[in-house]
Design a protein around this ligand. Structure first.
Ligand code: ZN
Length: 488
């Protein structure tokens, strides 16, 4: 910290001395402001509204780990910014996984991040607040205004340094007064800001770069501002938007409601594992949106699914060990690679479980197990362990257990949701454990997955009485037959 402060003092001293003495970094900031319409014009912007539409791309939800991310239309994208008070509000109407349009309203008021839902505004935690700050600064106006104003005033300052060239752009690092660290790219000729990036934490991927790139600068109330914005996470495009800007827009009061601003930072949500014995030695570990299933075999116990994140998966593992205390919990079966279903794999690795997944996912899982998690040290970062991985090849069947107590694990078959999706068949119990293959009433691609699931049961001559899901309730096979018959 001390070192940074000293560097900053140097930058300020040079910057306040007059235009000729600007550091090369601050000269670049000034040039970029001039390219937008002038240093003074940039400094004077108090409010901003950005409106647009485009597409989101759902990270970790592709049909295979290397396939393009599925697209979800963004019908309306409205961002309002109060630059004087460091406040921002995002109102984004986009299609969810089932194609229904939901509007999410999120906001930031200096150190307080909050989400606005039907029950009113609720405070979000400090990590969310930090990441919204970084997003606040991922815009040419907020970034340049911060770099210009705070340095020149000589108050708790923004630091601009480390000028370099990368892929033809001029690049500097910017640390804002409130601690956001950004890497900013400027076009070498136009001096326009073309990219702003920062580090963020993703519970699946660990430390990731989130970046916004800016194109198609056009006149907006006397300033030149970008008309196209692309957002990436870890290099993968997650959002493309065509936007227009209103500088000086009437945005009303973006302050956090008093009760939200004074609310304590919320505790992370706890896991609630509600177990239900479905058959002798088979338990559904339900309670929230993503379940696991515990199967007791002659020599060991096996967990099907390590979903969501450390909190959920560690609670499921702990409950599993309580339910079968005298045998080792040896394996976890991953149904498919989607991030909500694989988010607890690292926790399972740290707990010494061997991971079973389809061979399609091998490279991804090797990567997930080895990526750095320094911004948030997750369970595996704190308790390192080797990944032990067993994959199911092609349409092979992997069988665990013996005699009448076995589980058969195989790829379900072609379906639009996840190519390597595994299902688990318990022949004695006549149960089939599946995730996302039969979600009644959702329609869309889930009508196709339901038909594919029924086809797989018929093709393999499985005797199934009950479908045991990772989401929702246990259902009789007849529910699947009726849904497929009805086409949904
Ligand atoms: Zn899925």
């Amino acid at each position: 910290m001390m070192k940074r402060r000293l560097i900053w003092l140097f930058v300020v001293t040079v910057a306040v001395g007059g235009c000729e003495q600007l550091s090369p970094e601050m000269q670049l900031i000034h040039d970029a402001a001039t390219a937008l319409g002038g240093v003074e014009a940039v400094e004077q912007v108090a409010t901003l509204r950005i409106e647009g539409s485009g597409n989101n791309f759902r990270l970790g939800q592709n049909p295979t780990p290397s396939a393009p991310l599925p697209r979800a239309a963004v019908e309306s994208y409205i961002v309002e910014a109060d630059l004087r008070n460091h406040r921002m509000r995002w109102e984004i109407a986009s299609a969810n996984f089932a194609g229904r349009v939901n509007t999410a309203v999120t906001a930031m008021d200096a150190d307080v991040a909050f989400n606005v839902g039907q029950g009113g505004a609720r405070r979000a935690n400090a990590r969310v607040a930090r990441e919204r700050h970084a997003e606040f600064y991922q815009h040419p106006l907020t970034l340049l205004q911060s770099a210009l104003a705070e340095t020149e005033e000589g108050m708790a300052g923004t630091m601009v340094g480390n000028l370099r060239q990368e892929s033809g752009d001029d690049v500097v690092d910017v640390t804002t007064a409130d601690g956001s660290e950004l890497t900013v790219h400027f076009d070498a000729e136009s001096r326009q800001v073309v990219r702003i990036a920062s580090l963020a934490y993703n519970s699946n991927l660990g430390d990731v770069e989130t970046a916004t790139t800016f194109r198609d600068y056009a006149d907006a109330g006397g300033l030149l501002l970008p008309g196209a914005i692309t957002k990436t996470i870890d290099g993968q495009p997650v959002s493309f938007l065509r936007v227009s800007h209103t500088v000086g827009a009437d945005i009303g009061d973006l302050a956090a409601p008093a009760d939200v601003a004074s609310a304590p930072e919320p505790d992370p949500p706890a896991a609630n594992v509600a177990d239900e014995e479905l058959a002798d030695g088979v338990w559904l570990l339900a309670g929230q949106s993503h379940h696991s299933v515990l199967v007791e075999l002659p020599e060991s116990a096996v967990l099907v699914e390590a979903p969501q994140h450390d909190t959920r998966t560690l609670a499921a593992i702990a409950r599993a060990r309580e339910l079968v205390p005298d045998k080792p919990l040896s394996h976890v079966v991953n149904t498919h690679h989607h991030f909500d279903h694989s988010g607890g794999i690292r926790a399972a690795v740290a707990e010494g479980l061997t991971v079973i997944t389809h061979e399609t996912n091998r490279a991804l899982f090797e990567e997930l197990a080895s990526r750095p998690h320094t911004l948030v040290a997750d369970h595996l970062a704190r308790q390192p362990a080797e990944l032990m991985l067993e994959t199911v090849a092609g349409d092979d069947t992997l069988e665990l257990g013996e005699g009448r107590t076995t589980m058969q694990i195989f790829r379900m078959g072609d379906n639009p949701h996840a190519d390597g999706a595994l299902v688990v068949y318990l022949p004695t119990e006549r149960m089939l454990i599946q995730a996302d293959m039969f979600i009644p009433g959702v329609g869309g691609e889930f009508a196709e997955t339901a038909a594919a699931l029924l086809q797989a049961i018929e093709d393999r001559n499985l005797r199934v009485d009950q479908l045991v899901p990772i989401h929702g309730a246990v259902l009789p096979l007849s529910a699947l037959e009726e849904a497929v018959e009805a086409g949904n």
